[in-house]
Write a protein that binds this ligand. Structure first.
Ligand code: ADP
Ligand code: MG
Length: 252
């Protein structure tokens, strides 16, 4: 059963084709780590999966339901705004820079979306939020404002906030790139814990050790295409393509 299915995805910004036919399948409960040089299209891929970008061709299906855009004859059918918003609640997104609501407490950061987007009763949303804070080891910071927390703590809150919508899949775009080195581990530990619990995830990262330990599939992107993909031991230790070897020799 695939949770995310991407087929023939093309995306251009003006004359620049950023995604040039991407196919990707992420099975339920599996973790896919996406590697690739800067500018290869990794963020654009995540953003199209989450409807933050429109695509020019191809489609994305999440949990068996077609989302995004579908080719029918020569026409691309767009989803209605309302449908896009609904489907977006099924996809969690964790950004490099946390993007917490600065004017809300930690607890309210987790309660807001389930109440406003899903209509979860407030008491239930609060209870769920407390459970999630406990899960990321920050139960005692529920009433703090984000600016009082370290970057690592803010990112753990951002992960908990994404989980509060009980998404089908979690997307991470370089979740530790903005952190001081000593804070990277605590965030990766939370993601590893989710992986063990069977959360379906796509993680863009340069943390090769993490990829080796946690990924079911490693995907290497370059120039808007997936150059190769497979189990970590294959892609990281026996890369088939020169571009993959060149990239790995720089980051390992
Ligand atoms: P990555 O995340 O792998 O570094 P991105 O997906 O961010 O790559 O970007 C891929 C390419 O698309 C880059 O060349 C980037 O400059 C370009 N790009 C990304 N977003 C935009 C945008 N909104 N407008 C124009 N070009 C963009
Ligand atoms: Mg990026």
């Amino acid at each position: 059963m695939s949770t995310v299915l991407v087929r023939g995805l093309h995306k251009s910004y003006g004359p620049t084709e950023v995604l040039r036919g991407v196919d990707l399948e992420v099975r339920s409960g599996e973790v896919t780590v996406v590697l690739g040089p800067s500018g290869s299209g990794k963020s654009t891929l995540l953003r199209t999966i989450n409807h933050l970008e429109k695509v020019d061709a191809g489609y994305v299906a999440v949990d068996g339901e077609l989302i995004g855009y579908r080719r029918s004859g020569d026409r691309l059918h767009e989803l209605k705004e309302r449908e896009v918003r609904r489907q977006r609640t099924r996809i969690g997104f964790v950004f490099q820079n946390f993007n917490l609501f600065p004017h809300l407490t930690v607890l309210e950061n987790l309660v807001e979306a389930p109440v406003s987007a899903l209509g979860v009763p407030r008491a239930e949303a609060v209870e769920r939020a407390r459970r999630l804070l406990d899960r990321v080891g920050l139960a005692d910071r529920a009433d703090a404002y984000p600016r009082r927390l370290s970057g690592g703590q803010q990112q753990r809150i951002a992960i908990a906030r994404a989980l509060a919508l009980e998404p089908k899949v979690l997307l991470f775009d370089e979740p530790t790139s903005a952190l001081d080195p000593e804070l990277v581990g605590e965030v990766l530990d939370v993601i590893k814990d989710l992986a063990r619990g069977g959360t379906t995830m796509i993680v863009v990262t340069h943390e090769i050790g993490f990829a080796r330990e946690v990924a079911d599939t490693v995907v290497f992107m370059d120039g808007g295409v997936i150059v190769e993909q497979g189990p970590p031991a294959q892609v990281l230790d026996q890369p088939q393509h020169e571009r993959t070897r060149a990239f790995l020799s720089k980051v390992l």
